[in-house]
Design a protein around this ligand. Structure first.
Ligand code: SF4
Length: 235
């Protein structure tokens, strides 16, 4: 019988071989199987694109200093994605290494983002961050479910693949990025989920900002989210 360490190595090899961390749309069933299997093994290492300290620039928690743990890989390929550099690049880090990097910074909040963080097993990272007293925000497209506990879950629905209901049920915030007028067409269906609803112009573009401003004026249950970090030119 294989040891837990051997099983972890096997699951990790499967992820590398099957997806090369690209987790393509063509293989959604395999993504779920591998994520489920790895989550059950409590995988202790993750592929990390970058870890840095900055101010949350989006949504309800905008302005709060956070340590950002950007995980590598995403199962979608949105045209307007501003973190394409995280699709593949990254290094394998043990959860302990991530925690020690996080420990260099004084903020209470840690934001786990991507890419799409839920293509990798997050339970061990979240468990250890909580044990260490951190508050956790996770940013996700909501298409992959994992029963990970966090303090603020932001689900950002994308047109090319809608979030699964189990993630919407857990969402604290729904954040919709607007690049075209059509992006506003499906806002209403998300109003039943979460306690906060943010609408965010893609890359702070002028035309998209006008669309969002007009939208929140008519739909005051939604709030405008500008990308603060881009406005003040920080990471
Ligand atoms: S889901 Fe997010 S990270 Fe993935 S491609 Fe779309 S915008 Fe980029």
């Amino acid at each position: 019988m294989k040891s837990v360490k051997e099983k972890q190595a096997t699951a990790f090899d499967i992820m590398k071989e099957e997806f090369g961390y690209k987790a393509k749309l063509a293989a959604p069933r395999l993504v779920k199987v591998v994520v489920w299997e790895s989550a059950n093994l409590g995988a202790a290492f993750l592929k990390v694109n970058e870890i840095f300290y900055s101010v949350q620039g989006e949504g309800k928690n905008s302005g709060i200093p956070m340590v950002f743990v950007r995980l590598a890989g995403c199962n979608l390929r949105c045209d307007f994605c501003d973190t394409k550099y995280a699709f593949e690049a990254g290094k394998e880090m043990m959860v302990g290494e991530i925690l020690s990097e996080r420990g260099k910074y004084p903020s209470k909040w840690v934001c786990i983002t991507g890419g799409e963080p839920f293509i990798q097993p997050l339970d061990e990272l979240a468990r250890q961050l909580k044990a260490d007293g951190s508050l956790i925000q996770i940013e996700t497209n909501g298409t992959i479910f994992q029963p990970v506990t966090c303090d603020w879950l932001v689900v950002s629905p994308k047109k090319e693949r809608r979030p699964v209901e189990s993630m919407l049920e857990r969402a604290n915030e729904i954040k919709i990025v607007v690049n075209l007028k059509e992006a506003l067409d499906f806002t209403e269906e998300y109003e039943a989920w979460g306690t906060c609803h943010s609408i965010q112009p893609e890359n702070n573009h002028e035309e998209a900002t006008k669309l969002c401003l007009d939208f929140v004026a008519e739909h005051p249950q939604w709030r405008l989210s500008m990308q603060l970090h881009k406005l003040i030119n920080i990471r």
